[in-house]
Design a protein around this ligand. Structure first.
Ligand code: 1VU
Ligand code: MG
Length: 349
């Protein structure tokens, strides 16, 4: 069951800001994770914020139990002490059944509710999880005079969450998007991998035998995450939300990280998590469209100014549908150009 369209867009508390009808347009090629209890990293937040599209203060997994409160306080401090400008400020709170979640939300909205753009909610299993946080945020926004709605970003990282992905996407106008959480999801599903995202050397298809089944033959590694990313992209885009690939844990293998990010980008994702400074440049490279693709897409748009008809460019048929494909790439390039002068020059904007 869903709310009526009228109620869907009504604030859930008297005095809370109106929900957005459409998401604010923001460039979010990477969601950069920082451990906010780490004073050394916190002292570098200004430089980090200038380099990334989103800074996320992580309070959940990877923060030791003894540092949970320090991480929350550290996040509030970095939120209050810095002007993030065009860079998004997000936090990942602890999960709903943890002893920290309620204080995470109440203290952060009370102290920094007008600075936080998005709350990332881990281990979302169904729309009931979103409804709860939605109502709680509305009450706190009203109490603390927050003027813009704080958005919710769900991590898709349990078997039940994947089963309910469409209902999660539809749960609230507060939804920003979703990220694939490959580590928790692997555990939840009983997948046999200890890696954080990426491929697995044993998840392969074997080329046909040429007569002798015992002879050596090619083995092709497959993308373990293809199915889940596909479901997430369809659910998100159906409801006007943004899909993201999540973390890649092997910091020593940049090319594998880049390959995984790129698969998700081509499939429809708009960004990925960066857990280490070395992954930021990778995410920029992947989630900013390729200059040759942008140049070709612009030729398609120019060849069909009103977006209709059929023309040939370099032997390839173009029509209303490829015009829309081209527009996806050019629109994204224009958005990248607003924040990234180097790439704006490369694109020729
Ligand atoms: O050279 P310096 O000492 O000045 O700086 C180090 C280090 O402090 C810094 N650095 C970072 N700065 C900003 N953001 C980061 N995320 C970050 N990570 C490291 O870079 C310099 C070089 O670092 P390093 O190569 O020596 O790495 P460390 O051993 O210092 O740090 C490694 C960890 C993993 C601890 C660090 O990168 C980190 O905390 N990353 C975030 C991890 C995280 O948020 N995990 C949760 C999300 S993934 C998930 O939940 C499912 C798996
Ligand atoms: Mg997780």
């Amino acid at each position: 069951a869903v709310r009526t369209p009228q109620k869907h867009f009504a604030p859930l508390a008297i005095g809370a800001p109106e929900p957005y009808r459409a998401l604010p347009v923001r460039l979010e090629r990477m969601i950069h994770f920082v451990p906010p209890h780490n004073e050394k990293i916190r002292s570098k937040i200004k430089d980090i914020a200038a380099d990334v599209d989103v800074v996320l203060g992580n309070l959940e997994d990877a923060i030791p139990v003894g540092d949970k409160e320090a991480a929350r306080r550290g996040f509030i401090q970095m939120a209050l002490e810095n002007d993030f400008g065009q860079t998004g400020l997000w936090t990942r709170i602890n999960c709903l059944n943890s002893p920290w979640m309620l204080d995470d939300v109440t203290e952060i909205v009370r102290e920094a509710g007008n600075k936080v753009d998005v709350i990332m909610l881990p281990k979302v299993e169904g729309p009931w999880d979103i409804h709860y946080l939605d109502q709680l945020l509305a009450q706190l926004e009203a109490r603390h005079k927050v003027t813009r709605p704080i958005l919710i970003h769900a991590i898709l990282e349990t078997a039940e969450g994947v089963k309910n992905v469409e209902a999660i996407a539809a749960a609230s106008p507060r939804m920003h998007g979703m990220s694939l959480g490959p580590a928790d999801l692997a555990a939840s599903r009983g997948m046999k991998t200890t890696r954080v995202g990426g491929g697995h050397p044993d998840y392969t298809v074997l080329a046909d035998a040429d007569g002798d089944v015992a002879a050596a033959r090619a083995r092709y590694q497959q993308d373990l995450w293809h199915y889940t990313v596909g479901r997430m992209v369809d659910a998100c885009l159906s409801y006007g939300l943004k899909p993201f690939y999540g973390p890649f844990g092997d910091f020593s293998d940049g090319p594998a990280c880049e390959a995984q990010f790129r698969n998700s980008f081509i499939q429809g994702c708009l960004g990925a998590w960066t857990l280490h400074p070395s992954q930021i440049a990778i995410a920029k490279r992947v989630f900013s469209p390729d200059e040759k693709e942008v140049a070709f897409a612009r030729r398609i748009l120019e060849a069909m100014p009103d977006g209709t008809g059929a023309v040939m460019i370099d032997g390839k048929m173009q029509d209303d549908a490829t015009w829309k494909q081209a527009k996806v790439i050019v629109d994204l390039a224009r958005l990248v150009a607003t924040k990234d002068p180097e790439r704006a020059a490369v694109y020729g904007f």
